[in-house]
Design a protein around this ligand. Structure first.
Ligand SMILES: NC(=O)c1ccc[n+]([C@@H]2O[C@H](COP(=O)([O-])OP(=O)(O)OC[C@H]3O[C@@H](n4cnc5c(N)ncnc54)[C@H](O)[C@@H]3O)[C@@H](O)[C@H]2O)c1
Ligand SMILES: CC(C)CCC[C@@H](C)[C@H]1CC[C@H]2[C@@H]3[C@H](O)C=C4C[C@@H](O)CC[C@]4(C)[C@H]3CC[C@]12C
Length: 369
């Protein structure tokens, strides 16, 4: 590598660095941030793959910790220049209680902010979500909207509520004085539905399709558009924001950015078929067999069963009233704010993103090939 070790002086902390997005952020930082001296990877569950990263020029420090424990967070943040806070409890299936979701997503984020303030860390990038905007409980479409598009952001589900609260805390913390007297600079990235290597729900759909003899059944009309963005591009946006936050603090501090790339606008299921189709699955047009009212009924039945069975075991299917509403409401973004503010251009074309994701599905354990 051409850069001298002298240029390496920055310490980054990635919370949730062993999650689906977090792992991509960690790997992207190692590849694309030449000023990195130390990379701290903080997660409740550390991945074994971290070991192989420890042989490179950057010191990779794995920290097993819990964002809900303020002292653990403060210890991890101390001495870091930049914190990328991706840790979160992503649960729209009723696996965790609302209290736990709030504890991790809201209290965990408060702990990260306070740790920055106490220890003098000045730059904080928060992984928010499109869900802080919508789809809202009224099912209003958000069609090719941007960061300034008016939309009634009203939620009732614990996950979007917690993400919205956490995002607000992060943005309000912009400008707070940190230890040493300088201002904290924060911003939030709002990915739409992320896809790519490691995406658990794609894995679930693939295995469900295999169990159903290579078929998936269309539930959502093809006309409902659902925003998707490739994980490599989301990771790249995090790296760029973190890099530019110091130089462009006045412009970027306290701002939100949707994550976007060249992925096509399609329905959730049609989009998944871009990858699952080449892996041998087909989408069966069953909309006449399974009309929407029946899906609503099934989703409600699933919610009831989840509640009834909770004392015995956790019943958490993909279909519930909330996931049905999200999948069945158009929500797509069209914006260039990230390009204007910090020069973001997707690193991976749609073709690359598609090829990489297909390759990942094909090499998945239990795949048809
Ligand atoms: N997956 C998506 O489509 C999507 C879309 C928009 C936003 N997001 C956001 O991106 C972030 C990452 O999501 P993901 O899809 O990679 O989820 P993920 O579950 O794969 O990753 C989250 C990581 O956070 C860690 N974590 C959870 N609780 C923790 C705690 N108490 N302390 C420390 N670490 C903890 C988990 O162990 C996991 O490694 C989340 O904040 C999520 O809200 C995800
Ligand atoms: C109706 C069924 C046949 C299909 C169910 C699909 C459902 C599980 C999918 C559809 C949309 C998905 C969400 C969407 O991509 C965006 C996000 C934002 C992110 O912050 C967390 C994940 C989430 C909520 C996806 C979860 C899975 C959903 C609801």
């Amino acid at each position: 590598m051409a850069e001298s070790t002298e240029a390496r002086k920055l310490v980054y902390l990635v919370t949730g660095g062993c999650g689906f997005l977090g792992e991509h952020v960690v790997r992207m930082l190692l590849q694309r941030e030449p000023r990195l001296l130390e990379l701290r990877v903080f997660d409740l569950h550390l991945g074994p793959w971290l070991e192989e990263l420890k042989t490179g020029p950057v010191q990779v420090t794995a920290i097993q910790g819990d964002v809900t424990q303020a002292h653990e967070v403060t210890a991890a943040v101390a001495g870091a220049h930049v914190v990328i806070h991706t840790a979160g409890l992503v649960d729209v299936f009723g696996r965790a209680s609302p209290e736990t979701i709030y504890e991790v997503n809201v209290q965990g984020t408060k702990n990260v902010i306070e740790a920055c303030v106490q220890t003098g860390t000045r730059f904080l990038v928060y992984t928010s979500s499109m869900e802080v905007v919508g789809p809202n409980i009224k099912g209003h479409p958000f069609y090719r909207g941007n960061e300034d598009t008016p939309y009634e952001a009203v939620h009732s589900h614990p996950y979007p509520c917690s993400k919205a609260q956490a995002e607000r805390l992060v943005l309000e913390a912009n400008g707070r004085e940190v230890h040493g007297g300088l201002p904290l600079v924060t911003c939030a990235l709002r990915p739409t539905g992320i896809y790519g290597e490691g995406h658990q729900i794609m894995r679930d759909f693939y295995h469900q399709g295999l169990r159903l003899g290579g078929r998936l059944f269309r539930a959502i009309p093809a006309s409902v558009e659902h925003g998707r963005v490739y994980v490599g591009n989301v990771a790249w946006m995090h790296v760029l924001v973190a890099r530019e936050l110091e130089q462009r603090a006045a412009l970027m501090g306290g701002q939100v950015y949707f994550c976007y790339d060249e992925s096509p606008y399609k329905s959730y299921e049609d989009f998944n078929m871009e990858f699952l189709g080449p892996c041998g699955l087909r989408l069966v047009e069953s909309r006449l067999l399974v009309p929407y009212w029946l899906l609503v009924l099934l989703a409600a039945l699933n919610a009831l069963l989840q509640w009834l069975l909770r004392p015995l075991f956790l019943y958490a299917p993909l279909l519930n009233p909330y996931t049905l509403a999200v999948a069945n409401t158009t929500f797509t973004v069209s914006t260039d704010k990230a390009q204007r503010h910090f020069g973001y251009v997707p690193l991976f074309s749609w073709e690359d993103s598609r090829t990489r994701t297909i390759h990942w599905v094909q090499t998945m354990e239990g795949s048809a090939r």
